[in-house]
Each structure stands twice: as structure tokens, then as C-alpha cells.
Design a protein around this ligand. Structure first.
Ligand code: GLC
Length: 542
């Protein structure tokens, strides 16, 4: 099929937390390979595997020390080759996570930069600046790190004296590369080819829109960094170069980028010669109510239509309070993560039953809308966020960098419950997993849910099966239908010869459904009516 990625279902694996084969309590590549049949049964087209390259793991792999090596924590290159081969045999494509904005401070380039001193070519691959103040002991500007604190860290020069400062958008162990230096692009072009040559189908590109900083590093009123993303920013040349590399390979290799920009700016990155896909964060942030969702959908469709690009719909990822919890609390409704800005919300006090009902309705919207969609591991199980992890197990660098003010993202990264009645729920041969699982997760295991037609997993499986059978789902043109109530979203998806109507009732009371065949409903109908906080797919009678 041409451009398979336009309506692909991508499944995000967070490697530490998916499946552990080695028994060290941390997920790994062989664990993922062992669970590929589960992904085939779920019905996904591609799997995006979070960062598995050699890394000191300060930000769980988003600090890469060697972009051409697998971290021993996750396995070996042979393990990755075996994973790719097994996935392809099941018809599943594989995307890796590429982190181009910053390296680890243990990367050979950064070590060379520190060792080589001010003004060296080695330093020019990063952003080194002299400090302010009489002795240069104040940071070069007032920009704040996304993870808290200053964006600048001072090094010791080779002679032992306090020296220059380097810029880091995230943690101090994640120095930002200077993408105005052509050596950086040359190196990443070679890294892309290295993995494409090994049969990787594409990449998820981390912080893709933030590669170019204002070289003047001006102070700003609120300490926000100045990161040009407009049409003339050189950041777009980087993505054009990446696209040319992808297109030079057979098999429609692709990429999905992470960008926290507004709809119109995201669309700039999706121009025909730039990236194929970008996560739609407007949808992540939408409240589960008819008005906000319709506004999000309309704005995103309009922006992307201008450049002919599909949307990648998403509600959950490894940086965001899980949606069952988010949709169950008022405070958390707007508490999702913005790339480049951390405001994960606590789910304390969430009504998880209401959250799960809304998440089920959202699943039917997510999987019907025209375009691609990305699911985060455990979303299909309806896992809630784990907001009561003990302080001493927290690992997100945000926790330390914020002086224990922000607990961070560990709550959405708790290992998957696969089977059994007690931790580790089949995740690992070892009882001590890198984050503890709630003892109450027995009813949420994949095994338990697979046998229950009313489970979240069964809903996702049924929805993905229907999406393969009905071309209008995920591919049709969208036409809004007058809903008859402010709490209801109604839309038709149209392809020649087929219309599927999606009705999502975010109100409290049941509503009538149109005449026709109900393909799927997120909750049992009540006397033929669609209950509050539920959604359905209907083939309208002609
Ligand atoms: C992206 C990742 C996030 C990581 C950050 C720094 O936003 O999704 O997990 O911490 O980049 O690499």
C-alpha cells in the first residue's frame, strides 16, 4: 500500500517497562521479541521502541553515549536484529528512538570538548560560552532547564581552573548539540544510515523541533529559551536532510517527530519535503468533552490539510499522566506534558471509574479519526497512573532537579502487568522490578483481560480489527454531523461506498443512536441507547 504510515497504528514500547527476559527487573530487547505475538494479536502496524542505545541512563536512554551501540542493559545488536526479523515476520514494522538534540555528557564528542578547551573545534559541536560576572561564575543567560534549574553547567578546564559553561535544555548530563555546525548533521546522517542499513523501518525523533537555538542566547523575561521554528529556521533544513536519507531507501522508511509547537508550526515540519508524521499534542491536551475535542480536531485537520500531511493522534506517552487518570480528575484534565515543558499532573483524587469510561470513549474516537495513531504500552489495558510511588523509588531526573517539587513521569512508566495475581505479574522472572507495580493490578493483566469481552484490551482488539475491515475508519474524509446536544460529538467518516458514523456522548444521560448497524460500542447499550460517557461506531442505514 502506498505510504503505509499515513494511517498506521504505532505502538510505543517503553523498553525498561515492557518485558524483562534477562531477570534483572528491567525490560529488554529479548523481552520485547517474546511479546511480539501480543502486538500482532492487538493488530498494530508498527512498534516504536524507546531509546536502547548505549547510555548512562540518567534520563532512561534519552542521554546517548554511543548512537551505534545497544546498551547492555537492553541486550546486544544481535538481539535487535532478531527483534526486527521476528517483527517483520509478523508484519510489524520497527521504529527506533533517535535523540539528536543532545548527547550524553559521556559521549566521546562531549568528553573531547571538555578536554580540548575554549575555542576548540571539539567545543564547537556544543554550545560553550563564557560565564558572566567578574570571574565568569554566573551562567551566560537566564534560560531555565525543562527539568528545573539553570540550563547552563560550568566545566573545569583541562588545567583545573573553573571554565566555560555549556547549554542543556534538559539535565546537565544532556548537553545540547550545535546544529549549526555541519559536522553534527554529517554524523547524524551516518547514524540514520547505520540503522536503516540494518533494516529499521523508521524513527521517532526526540525534541525534533528544538534543534536550533537563538545563537545570541538572549535573556528572556521568564527564562524561557528562544528556539526558532518559523519557516526560515535552519531546523527545517535538518529535517529535509533526514527526509532525503529516508527516501533513498526502499520500503517507505518513515519518521514521526516530537514537537510541542502550535498546529501551524507543527505543519511546517510536515511540508512534503520534511517529515512524514508528528505527534498531535493538541489532542493529548484536549479535555474529554465535545467542544474542546472538536476544536482540537478541527484546528489540527486544517493545519495539516494545508501541507497534505496526515495527523498522528495520540492521548498517552511515557511523559504524560496516563489518560485513565487524567480523564478522571478535573485538575489533571489540562495536566499533560508539553515537549519542552514539564507539567505532569498528579492523579491524586482521580475517579478512575469515570476516567476509564471516558478513556474507552476516547479510544473509539482516536482509532476512527483520519490519520495515524500512536498507542502507549498499557493504554490498551487501561492502566492508571501510579501516583503513590514511594519517594525513595522515584528515578525521573526531574525529581532531583526540581528539589523534590515535581515528582516527574515515573507514574506512567511502571512495568506492564502481563499475567498472574501478584507482582511482577509476568513482567520479569525477578520480583524486584525497577519500579514497583501496584499489588492491585491483577485484574488489569493482559492475560485476564484477553479472556474478558468487556475489558479495555478486548475493546482495543475489536476496534483495531474493525479498522482493518472498514476503510472509512482511519482513512475516510471527516464530516461533522449535527449532534443534537452540546455534550455529543457526531461525525461521519466517508470513503466511496462506505460511511461510518462515530458518536461520542460526553454527557451523563443516554442518547438515541441513528438507525443502522452498531459495529462497536465502548459500553453496553441501555435499551438500544448510548450511555453517558461512551462512544459507538455505527454503519448508518441507507
Ligand atoms: C523528550 C522525551 C522525554 C525526554 C526528553 C529529553 O521529550 O520524550 O522523555 O526526557 O525528550 O530527551
Amino acid at each position: 500500500m502506498p505510504e503505509w504510515w499515513r494511517d498506521a497504528i504505532v505502538y510505543q514500547v517503553y523498553p525498561r517497562s515492557f518485558a524483562d527476559a534477562s531477570g534483572d527487573g528491567i525490560g529488554d530487547l529479548r523481552g520485547i521479541t517474546g511479546r511480539l505475538p501480543y502486538l500482532r494479536d492487538l493488530g498494530v502496524d508498527a512498534v516504536w521502541i524507546g531509546p536502547v542505545f548505549a547510555s548512562p541512563q540518567v534520563d532512561h536512554g534519552y542521554d546517548v553515549a554511543d548512537y551505534r551501540a545497544i546498551d547492555p542493559l537492553f541486550g546486544t545488536l544481535d538481539d535487535l536484529d532478531a527483534l526486527i526479523e521476528a517483527a517483520h515476520a509478523l508484519g510489524i514494522r520497527v521504529a527506533l528512538d533517535l535523540v539528536p538534540n543532545h548527547t550524553s555528557n559521556q559521549h566521546r564528542w562531549f568528553r573531547a570538548a571538555v578536554a580540548s578547551g575554549p575555542g576548540s573545534p571539539e567545543r564547537s559541536r556544543y554550545h560553550f560560552r563564557d560565564g558572566r560576572g567578574a570571574n565568569g561564575d554566573e551562567p551566560p543567560n537566564n534560560w531555565r532547564s525543562v527539568f528545573g534549574g539553570s540550563s547552563w553547567t560550568r566545566v573545569r578546564e583541562p588545567d583545573g581552573t573553573p571554565g566555560q559553561w555549556y547549554y542543556h535544555l534538559f539535565a546537565a548530563e544532556q548537553p545540547d548539540l550545535d546544529w549549526r555546525n555541519p559536522e553534527v548533521l554529517a554524523e547524524f546522517a551516518s547514524i540514520l544510515r547505520f540503522w536503516l542499513d540494518r533494516g529499521v523501518d523508521g524513527f521517532r525523533i526526540d525534541v525534533a523541533d528544538a534543534l536550533i537555538k537563538d545563537a545570541g542566547f538572549p535573556d528572556t523575561p521568564d527564562g524561557h529559551p528562544v528556539i526558532p521554528k518559523d519557516a526560515s529556521s535552519p531546523v527545517h533544513d535538518v529535517h529535509r536532510a533526514f527526509r532525503r536519507i529516508l527516501d533513498a531507501y526502499p520500503g517507505e522508511r518513515t519518521a514521526v517527530i516530537e514537537t510541542g509547537a502550535d498546529d501551524a508550526t507543527v505543519a511546517l515540519f510536515l511540508r512534503p519535503d520534511e517529515m512524514p508524521l508528528a505527534f498531535n499534542f493538541r489532542f493529548v491536551h484536549a479535555r474529554p468533552d465535545a467542544a474542546d475535542l472538536r476544536a482540537a480536531i478541527d484546528a489540527s485537520l486544517a493545519a495539516n490539510a494545508a501541507v497534505g500531511a496526515p495527523i498522528t493522534w495520540v492521548t498517552d506517552n511515557h511523559d504524560t499522566t496516563r489518560s485513565v487518570t487524567r480523564y478522571g480528575t478535573r485538575a489533571a484534565l489540562t495536566g499533560a506534558y508539553v515537549p519542552g515543558e514539564l507539567r505532569t499532573a498528579s492523579g491524586a483524587g482521580a475517579d478512575l471509574e469515570a476516567g476509564a469510561r471516558r478513556a474507552r470513549a476516547m479510544a473509539l474516537l482516536l482509532l476512527a479519526l483520519p490519520g495515524a495513531a500512536c498507542l502507549y504500552q498499557g493504554q490498551e489495558l487501561g492502566l492508571p497512573n501510579v501516583d503513590d510511588l514511594p519517594d525513595e523509588v522515584l528515578q525521573d531526573p526531574v525529581w532531583e532537579r526540581s528539589g523534590h517539587a515535581v515528582r516527574g513521569r515515573d507514574g506512567c512508566r511502571v512495568p506492564m502487568p502481563w499475567s498472574g495475581d501478584a507482582p511482577p505479574f509476568g513482567f520479569s522472572p525477578s520480583a524486584s522490578t525497577w519500579l514497583p507495580q501496584p499489588a492491585t493490578w491483577g485484574p488489569l493483566t493482559a492475560e485476564r483481560q484477553a479472556g474478558d469481552p468487556a475489558s479495555m484490551l478486548s475493546l482495543y482488539r475489536a476496534a483495531l480489527r474493525l479498522r482493518r475491515q472498514h476503510r472509512a475508519l482511519g482513512r475516510g474524509g471527516l464530516r461533522w454531523v449535527s449532534p443534537g446536544s452540546a455534550d455529543v460529538l457526531a461525525l461521519d467518516l466517508l470513503v466511496p461506498g462506505e460511511t461510518v458514523r462515530v458518536i461520542a456522548n460526553f454527557g451523563a444521560r443516554p442518547i438515541a443512536l441513528p438507525e443502522g448497524e452498531v459495529l462497536l460500542a465502548s459500553l453496553p447499550l441501555e435499551d438500544g441507547r448510548l450511555p453517558g460517557e461512551s462512544a459507538a461506531w455505527v454503519l448508518p442505514a441507507r
